[in-house]
Each structure stands twice: as C-alpha cells, then as structure tokens.
Design a protein around this ligand. Structure first.
Ligand SMILES: [Ca+2]
Length: 261
C-alpha cells in the first residue's frame, strides 16, 4: 500500500495554522445583531432631509441637507414646527450637527465649509473651511467625532476644529464603511450605516463594533418614498436616557430601546 506523501505534509500544515486561525477568529468574532422595541412615536417633518439630529436643552436639534433646503432648527418632540431655525447658504448641502458650549456646529457635505451658529438664536456666527466630505457629528466632553462616509471617524477639537486623531471602525476585523449620522450614547458611539437599517454601537477606544441594532422594517413603516429616504438620525436624551431615531423625509421619529444591553 502506498500513501501519498502530500497527506501528512498537508495535515501538518493545517495543524500548524490551527492555533493562528482560531486565535484570529476569537479576536474578530462578528458583533451580535440585536432587535429593538418602539417605546413612543412622534411626528417628523416628511420634508426634512435629515442629516443631523441630537437632543439638548429639552428639545430636538435637527440639521438637513439638499441645496436650497439646508437648515438647522430646534423643535419639540410633539411638533415638527421649528421653534427657531437658521438657513445655510442656498448653494450648500447641509450635513451633521452638534452642540458645543453656546454654539451649534454644522457641516456641509462637499462644500468644504462648516458653520458655527449661536445655540440660542441659531444665527450664523462663523463660516470656516473644513477639508474633505462632511457627514455626521457627535461630541463627548471636549472631543468631536466626525464621519465622512468612510470607516474612519475623525476626532476634532471643538474650539479649533483641528483633527486630534482618527478612529478606524471595524467588525470581524474588517472596516465598516459608510458610517453616517453619529451619537455618543452612554459610553458608546452609535453610527447608522448609509443605505442600511443598521446602527453600529462602537467602542470609542478601539473602534470595534460591540453590537448592531437592526432596525429592519422601520424605513417602510415611516413613509419613505424614494431610495434616498434612509435611516439617518440618532439622538440621545442623556437626562432621561431616551434614544430617538428617524430618517430622511420620514414622517415619524421613534423612541426605541435596543434588545441588547
Ligand atoms: Ca446624532
């Protein structure tokens, strides 16, 4: 009887690779996918092409896109009517926004400019250049996190808007691209992924996705009319620990609770 000399060699190779393979697998396991519960539903302006959303001062702040329709405004949970609003230059396409001190800072998509607004009146204070694409913004203490449609978040100094670092976001060891609207929620960065119904819950130290919130079905439920009408808004009321989500031109804003802790 003759045995193929290749078999033992292949077996040895497989055995040699086994610890490495299992080690990698353990480190890069896919993040769990969780469902959600709708706690409350509130109205959302179906004409608002939502690009930024956050909750502060007891109200919602929203920033919207599209040239000629881009604005930042405050509204209550119960009504879509703006309490106060500011309009961007009509040639600009508005994007994400964040509050810092007595200001609101908002991005434009590909116009290379960003705004500082008076937090109370939403009158523009300053227009300043920012390189690259602007997508989402959120803030924790003195660090602003900005997305640009890639898998990498840029950390910024809120006073100067200078970059202070980057955070590569990964799941299963692979980059998670198209990160869009952001929210700092209780020690995590939440980011919805453009053109999907998923929100990544990101470890802000490592960039690793800890879990996914799968909001499947919410877009259709929200009166989305076109393929552009995607999930794109996450806000957190830190005082009452309430999480809100909405989307571009959705007719509803939802308070949700993820099924994962
Ligand atoms: Ca947000």
């Amino acid at each position: 009887m003759s045995r193929s000399p290749r078999a033992p060699r292949a077996l040895l190779l497989a055995l040699a690779l086994l610890p490495l393979a299992s080690g990698c697998g353990a480190e890069a396991a896919p993040a769990p996918v969780c469902g959600f519960t709708i706690e409350e539903s509130y109205p959302h302006d179906p004409e608002a092409f939502t690009q930024g959303l956050f909750f502060a001062d007891g109200v919602l702040y929203e920033s919207t896109g599209r040239k000629g329709q881009s604005r930042v405004f405050k509204r209550t949970l119960q009504s879509t009517a703006p309490l106060v609003e500011g309009a961007l230059d009509p040639t600009f396409f508005g994007e994400g926004s964040v509050a810092w001190g007595d200001q609101v800072i908002s991005l434009t998509w590909r116009d290379g400019m960003a705004y500082r607004w008076d937090r109370t009146t939403l009158k523009p204070i300053k227009l300043f250049p920012v390189a690259g694409e602007g997508w989402g913004l959120t803030i924790h203490e003195d660090t602003i996190y900005q997305s640009d449609g890639s898998s990498r978040l840029t950390l910024r100094d809120p006073e100067t808007f200078a970059s202070t670092g980057t955070l590569e976001v990964t799941d299963e060891g692979r980059p998670v691209a198209r990160l869009n609207e952001l929210e700092w929620i209780d020690g995590e960065i939440w980011a919805n992924v453009w053109m999907s119904e998923r929100i990544a819950r990101i470890d802000p130290e490592t960039g690793v996705v800890k879990s996914w919130v799968d909001l499947s079905g919410l877009t259709a439920k929200s009166g989305a009319r076109t393929a552009d009408d995607v999930l794109n808004g996450i806000a957190w009321d830190a005082k009452k620990d309430r999480i809100f989500v909405t989307g571009k031109n959705w007719d509803t804003l939802y308070q949700i609770t993820p099924d994962c802790p």
